[in-house]
Each structure stands twice: as C-alpha cells, then as structure tokens.
Design a protein around this ligand. Structure first.
Ligand SMILES: *Cc1c(COP(=O)(O)O)cnc(C)c1O
Length: 221
C-alpha cells in the first residue's frame, strides 16, 4: 500500500473528533510530502535537530508537534514555529518554554507527559509531581504557555488488558485535573495517547490525538 492508501485506511477507523498526527521521525521529506498530499497537516517529530532540518523544506501550513523528550537548551530553536509540545515533564522545562515564547510573543500549547507505563524507562510525571507543578506559584505566573491536556505512552506489550488499564488511568487523571485545576479552562481538552500498535484501544479509552508513525510510513530504518 502507498502512504496515501495507508492514511485513508487509518482515517476510516478514527472518529472525527480525534486528530491524527503522522509521526515522521527518521522519514525523508519526500514521505512527509506524500502524507501532506494525502491531506495530513499535523506531523510529529521527537528530535529537535531533525525537526529543524525538515521544517524549512516543507509547507508552512503544517502543524509541527514535538512529541519526544525535550532538553531545555533546545527549546529556543522550536518555539518560533512549533504548534504543540506534547512532552513537558518538568516545571523547569515549562518555564523555559514560557521564557522563550515570551521573547517571540507567542503562547505555546503544551501537554503534560504523564508516566502511565509500568516500564521504568519511560519519561513522564507521576500524579504527585504533576499536581505539585500545577499547584506551584511559578506555574501560575506563566503567561506564555497553556496546558491543553495530557500525553502518555503505554507499555510496549501484547497484553491488551494492561495497555487498557494504563490508558484508562491517563483518562482518569485527565478528568481529575480538569475538575481540580481547569474548571474554567475549556482549552484543557486533549488526551494524546495511542500509537500504531495501540491507537484503537486508546480511542476507546478517550484519546483525542493519536500519534502514528509505522502504520503510515512503514518500519523505521
Ligand atoms: C515514535 C513515536 C510514536 C509513533 O510510534 P509508531 O509505533 O511508529 O506509530 C508516537 N509517539 C512517540 C512519543 C514516539 O516517539
């Protein structure tokens, strides 16, 4: 199947309110163009270096999503154009995004990355860490970021029950935070969860954004 056919196939299984983000990491710009011509306007990259290399070569109406771990010293390079940062996992990072966004007079949509997988290696905040962040005076003073929701990655496993438990826990945390911290914040509405292997399950559990690479572009090199 071509990239275009794969996208059409995936779109059929995704409800209208769920955004498909095509994860183009490691893929050449030619592949991104192909997905673009199939109608995709949201792309996800996990490395700043690669994003900076591709972005100038591609159409300006693409919305670029940073989905991978972000180092504070690289924030300044992406803040002028990035559409959303999914991988905010510390107050330090959030305040650096705010600082750089202030300089270019932007408000950057961000998601808090929550640790939902049982695997030790995954990034993300625990429930306690996220609550501490949202309760802090520093966070409340930040005017150039906006927390639009939560992001999480489930354990890489064939155990669908476990993956469902992890996605459901992210959905519950989202509801809890919405009531506790964003009662008057209609912008807090996104749950970014689901990848090639588990996006259908993620949608059943309340995902609003799925990040799909392999099922669109094939196995990564
Ligand atoms: C690579 C990546 C994806 C896409 O993974 P696939 O299994 O190729 O669909 C989604 N989210 C993040 C954070 C990634 O790094």
């Amino acid at each position: 199947m071509t990239i275009e056919e794969k996208i059409a196939e995936i779109q059929k299984g995704i409800p209208r309110h769920v955004k498909l983000i095509a994860v183009s990491k490691t893929r050449p710009v030619e592949d991104v163009f192909e997905a673009y011509h199939a109608g995709i306007r949201s792309f996800g990259e996990n490395r700043v270096q690669e994003l900076l290399q591709k972005q100038p070569q591609l159409p300006k109406d693409i919305e670029w999503h940073l989905i991978g771990h972000l180092q504070t010293n690289k924030v300044k390079y992406i803040v002028p154009f990035v559409h959303m940062i999914h991988s905010v996992d510390s107050l330090k990072l959030l305040s650096e995004i705010n600082e750089q966004a202030r300089k270019v007079n932007r408000v950057i949509p961000c998601l808090l990355e929550m640790r939902i997988a049982r695997e030790e290696t995954k990034y993300g905040l625990t429930l306690n860490e996220a609550e501490t962040l949202l309760n802090s005076d520093l966070y409340k003073s930040l005017k150039n970021i906006q927390i639009n929701g939560l992001m999480g990655m489930a354990t890489f496993t064939d155990d669908a029950g476990q993956v469902r438990d992890e996605f459901s826990s992210l959905q519950r945390t989202f509801q809890l935070f919405k009531e506790k911290f964003f009662e008057n914040g209609p912008f807090f509405k996104e749950i970014s969860m689901g990848m090639s292997g588990d996006y259908k399950l993620a949608i059943e559990c309340g995902s609003t954004m799925v990040r799909i690479g392999t099922s669109i572009f094939g196995e990564r090199f």
